[in-house]
Design a protein around this ligand. Structure first.
Ligand SMILES: [Zn+2]
Ligand SMILES: [Zn+2]
Length: 338
């Protein structure tokens, strides 16, 4: 048996195409580029489990043809650029610095969950919001969206449901017939979680405006995803540098791939090198959420904040180029498409 396993391992090494890689495909505003508004990323486990991390303002609708099968939708927080208060008019429209978008009053998150009958992975507080929006999309008479009956599901699920986990909770999604599932753990993100006002009722908007207030939906979150090939991806969402990156993400979860949101607000253009080199220490990094037109003709633009940070990061860093599929092995190494 041991000899057979060793022979199989050798075979995989000799033929990388046969290896069990995780496929990662960003879907942003402009094919072949990393643009200012890009956030959404599709992940595909070797067993076939496919999920979308933050629908954002990057999909044209719940049935955006670039999506394909989506078994789960991850929602990190309620800012409009993540829950999706706007949707993409069409890939390539507008500029890379400012893509053309139109209102999505039910949120792109709810649109995709409804269209794909997907599992929503997020906190219970944020799930409540999406449940209502999915019910609105489906109209009266349909069965209300609810939490999934268990914390482990075989996907595709028969009806859209949500994960019923909060900080530290684990949800497992297994493909039909697979021996092992993909594990999703909710982790903290050092950010805020105010909902985009345009997604609220007019009465609520007026009340909030009268008090100069924002409506928060509990803590914003990131995710640690353990794939069946051994890849452990940390999906940071919007976050400042914080201690959990070392203790929880690196020491406990042993994440070997860090998918990092940049942008000026949480300050990772300044602190990102320390976060990656000293706290997270991943085998590879993927940068997204750059809030600037980072590429032109698919190549990193030299005088960007993204380029300045890339120079300081020790691990191989890759850009989340829209509609380009990268493949990662179980050790966090990019083996194709980077
Ligand atoms: Zn945010
Ligand atoms: Zn954001």
């Amino acid at each position: 048996m041991r000899i057979a396993c060793a022979a199989f391992a050798l075979l995989l090494a000799a033929f990388p195409a046969l290896a069990q890689n995780v496929k990662i495909t960003p879907i942003g505003s402009h094919p072949g580029e990393l643009c200012a508004n890009d956030r959404a990323i599709i992940f595909e486990d070797p067993t076939g489990v496919r999920f979308l991390y933050d629908t954002a303002q990057n999909v044209t609708a719940g049935d955006d043809p670039r999506l394909g099968a989506i078994h789960l939708v991850l929602l990190s927080h309620m800012h409009g650029d993540h829950v999706g208060d706007l949707k993409l008019k069409a890939p390539g429209e507008g500029t890379c610095a400012n893509s053309a978008r139109v209102p999505a009053p039910n949120s792109t998150t709810a649109e995709v969950v409804a269209a794909k009958n997907a599992v929503l992975v997020t906190t219970r507080a944020m799930a409540g919001f999406v449940h209502n929006k999915v019910d609105t999309i489906r109209g009266g008479g349909s069965k209300p969206m609810d939490f999934c009956p268990t914390l482990a599901a075989t996907v595709p699920v028969p009806a859209a449901c949500s994960s019923r986990i909060d900080m530290g909770g684990v949800f497992t999604a297994k493909a039909e017939g697979a021996r092992q599932g993909v594990e999703f753990t909710i982790v903290y993100s050092a950010h805020v979680n105010d909902v985009a006002p345009s997604l609220l009722s007019k009465a609520r908007q007026d009340l909030l405006k009268a008090d100069g207030a924002q409506l928060g939906y509990g803590p914003p979150v990131g995710f640690v995803v353990k794939f069946t090939n051994g890849l452990v991806a940390y999906l940071s969402s919007d976050t400042a540098v914080f201690g959990d990156m070392k203790t929880v993400i690196h020491d406990f979860h042993k994440a070997n791939l860090a998918v990092i949101n940049l942008g000026p607000n949480p300050g990772l253009f300044q602190s990102g090198a320390y976060a990656l080199n000293d706290l997270l220490e991943p085998a590879s990094v993927i940068f997204t959420h750059v809030n600037e037109a980072a590429t032109e003709g698919g190549k990193l633009r030299a005088n960007t904040q993204t380029a300045a940070l890339m120079k300081q990061v020790k691990a191989p860093a890759h850009l989340a180029i829209s509609e380009r599929t990268m493949e990662f092995d179980g050790k966090g190494k990019c083996v194709s498409g980077c």
